[in-house]
Design a protein around this ligand. Structure first.
Ligand SMILES: NC(=O)c1ccc[n+]([C@@H]2O[C@H](COP(=O)([O-])OP(=O)(O)OC[C@H]3O[C@@H](n4cnc5c(N)ncnc54)[C@H](O)[C@@H]3O)[C@@H](O)[C@H]2O)c1
Length: 348
């Protein structure tokens, strides 16, 4: 005997990303804004002046990557049950990527899935984390190991929030912008070389271009079976650096900046990138005070740590290597010697 469930449903998860001053929005439903004390202190008043809802609740969780965990998820869930949120209710992620990832994750599991929207407040979350529907949290085994693909209903990117962002956090966001340009769009890279991102008009344009690039990639490969993995350019090396420095010395975007340079040098060794192109990327990163070098104690230990990356298997490491500027190659067939030669040039 056999029973078949025909489930070939085509779901339209399309949504819009608005990049401008937030206009007044009103919701005919119960809404919870999920945020942290820092973002709330700086910007909740502004946001509340723009929003109205049938019922509106504010849920705060502690600030920081170390709180992107089950405890914070439980705080949010508890509050939603307490206030009798139902399947028609809506969550708003109001903060950086940490808040965005957790809010998205809660909305993917609360009563098997409710709607949420993203209002990202860091540059990194505006150009990267808020777009594309990857949600999740960390546990003791590593970062983002628990999560779901759950797309927001809309993303509202208001560059005004960035006026209070510390310079280092701004730089970390620039690293992710450079990532998109190097991997997918040479024109965008050249625009960035000549741009002054401290100018708000230019910055808004750069955000739009980065978001458009990410949106195009996600539209082609939502679940990261192929090309979306290219957005991990710089991350294979960067994760090892974060791991070795115990997530304390560098912001994620800073480790990615160093990782991108390491990936570029690998590309150069394989004749995929010229020395001049490698230098141009370094120069662009340095313009925003991003680190581009790192002291490696042991090449072998650094290499072994690659295997902890969730993009790698037990025997193969996936590398994202630029091909010139604006193109990219995803490969797990790079000879260990090539990588170790690159790493040796960083040995102290
Ligand atoms: N889902 C994805 O596709 C994706 C992509 C990239 C990164 N991420 C995740 O994003 C997280 C990193 O995001 P992040 O860099 O935004 O970090 P974050 O959320 O920790 O924010 C950085 C700091 O800036 C503060 N902050 C936020 N907005 C501010 C503002 N307007 N002014 C002043 N301070 C402000 C935050 O409270 C925090 O202290 C990581 O957890 C990473 O895994 C997810």
């Amino acid at each position: 005997m056999q029973v078949n469930i025909p489930l070939k449903k085509v779901v339209d998860n399309s949504y819009d990303i608005f990049i401008d001053e937030i206009e007044k929005i009103s919701f005919d439903t119960k809404v919870a804004i999920i945020t942290n004390p820092k973002v709330a202190g700086l910007h909740l008043g502004y946001l509340l002046s723009k929003l109205s809802a049938k019922e509106l609740y504010i849920i705060t969780v502690p600030d920081g990557e170390e709180y992107k965990n089950q405890e914070s998820i439980d705080i949010i869930l508890e509050s939603l049950f307490n206030h009798r949120f139902n399947r028609k209710s809506l969550l708003i992620a109001f903060g950086g990527g940490v808040i965005g990832d957790m809010t998205g994750y809660v909305s993917s599991i609360y009563q098997r899935g409710i709607d949420f929207i993203q209002i990202p407040t860091t540059l990194l979350s505006q150009v990267d984390a808020s777009v594309g529907g990857k949600t999740g949290m960390n546990n003791s085994y590593g970062k983002n190991l628990i999560g779901a693909f759950h797309q927001p209903k809309a993303v509202y990117i208001d560059p005004y929030f960035l006026t209070t962002l510390p310079q280092r956090e701004f730089g970390a966001g620039v690293a992710e912008i450079v990532k998109m340009a190097v991997t997918f769009n040479k024109d965008f890279f050249e625009f960035l070389e000549n741009a002054d991102l401290t100018d708000s008009v230019v910055l808004q344009d750069a955000i739009k271009r980065a978001v458009q690039t990410k949106a195009d990639v996600v539209a082609q490969d939502e679940r990261e079976h192929g090309i979306r993995a290219a957005l991990n350019y710089g991350h294979t090396f960067g994760h090892v650096i974060e791991n070795e420095t115990k997530y304390k010395k560098y912001l994620h975007g800073e480790a990615v900046a160093i990782g991108m340079v390491m990936a570029n040098k690998t590309s150069q060794k394989l004749n995929l990138m010229s020395e001049e192109e490698v230098k141009r990327v370094e120069k662009l990163l340095q313009k925003y005070n991003l680190p581009t070098t790192y002291d490696i104690d042991s090449v072998d230990t650094f290499y072994e740590t690659f295997f902890l990356d969730k993009k790698s298997s037990d025997t193969k490491i996936t590398f994202i290597l630029p091909v010139g500027l604006g193109d990219v190659k995803i490969t797990d067939a790079i000879d260990a010697k090539v990588i170790k030669d690159v790493l040796t040039s960083y040995e102290n």
